[in-house]
Design a protein around this ligand. Sequence first.
Ligand code: FAS
Ligand code: PHB
Length: 388
Amino acid sequence: MKTQIAIIGAGPSGLLLGALLHKLGIEHIILERQTPEYVLGRIRAGVLEQTTVDLLDEAGVSQRLHREGLPHDGYDLCFDGRRHRIDLQALTGKQVTVYGQTEVTHDLMDARSAAGLNTIYSAVNVKPHGFDGNQPWVTYEHNGQTHTIQCDFIVGCDGYHGPSRASIPQEILNTYEKVYPFGWLGILADVPPVHHELIYANHDRGFALCSMRSETRVRYYVQCSLDDKVEDWSDEAFWAEFKRRLPEDTAAKVITGPSFEKSIAPLRSFVTEPMRFGRMFLCGDAAHIVPPTGAKGLNLAASDVGILYGALAEYYKGNSHGIDHYSQRALARVWKAERFSWWFTSLMHRFPETGDFGRKMQTAELDYLVQSEAAMKVMAENYVGLPF
Ligand code: FAS
Ligand code: PHB
């Protein structure tokens, strides 16, 4: 089989790139290791930057997002028993939209099947080849048969554990990594959110986040030990700890209920340089990971795709400038989002190793932040997403 673009991975990166390439009439195929149900079963991001919404508009898949997504003009920070609002709208003129990654993926999958586009699910042993030459190809097994796809370019949208980055000779790859000494325990429950916007809480006992998926479904998190297992946390234990980490008046308003999803995610910062290797590009988690504190992971994946799709459109019109500068342009935004996510994580979580002095530094920075228009503007500009 021959196509123009072979995409590995049908997460948000791969599906969004496929939708945008389809709009341009650029032939492509997506190869996904899992089933669609498995991909949809992964509970991940919840906050979309405006640039991500714009790309979903451009891809023609945002109708439900505009019907059901929740525009948010700000969020609250809690620390030292206090609560302060960061007014995104006033500080930046922009807002974010609360709409789960699962819904984004659903909308992209529905649009893809409605257009009759080719996605090979349950593709086994997908491997990129020959991307250091002019005629790359991808091999995979499906229903016991081995298949080969000749293509012009390969795009690795296969996440942190995928084969694309793993296929690049280590000597030409530069990676940067920081692993955080804690995880996030998250639940989904069908109860009304404690507040109409998100609340990020810095507490002596650890970080907590009040997020949501709709006006009737919450996504709440507490910082937990990396040694914790989901089975260590009953719903009662979660609710008690979650409320302990919020100011009393906020905790009193928390409506509890049975969780129907509970998972623990490790936190890491990770970047691969460059994000292009000959005729293979990396997009999204295949190239970088951020701690979820700043809600940047999904949005960075979208901006990588936005940059690459424009570059490929130019290439097929005879201009290679975009693809030749993809890595440099994507990384410029990636590193700023990595910095913000690391900073926000360092500010809001309990780091036992930094002791009481470290706690005092966090409280001093938060106390300064909420009293300085300039400091809040810097935070807000990064939270709503930097241009690309
Ligand atoms: P993904 O990992 O989503 O998709 C990669 C796809 O490639 C998957 O479908 C995978 O099955 C497939 N694949 C892997 N290996 C393959 C192979 N060998 N062959 C074929 N296919 C293969 N971001 C936020 O903004 N906020 C959050 O709260 C948040 N929480 C997260 C929680 C967890 C547990 C994780 C892991 C991530 C979280 N993220 C969050 C980040 C997340 O949303 C990612 O940024 C987003 O999924 C990136 O999308 P993709 O780049 O498409 O990668
Ligand atoms: C989420 O709703 O999952 C979410 C929201 C904001 C974050 C992280 C996660 O910063």
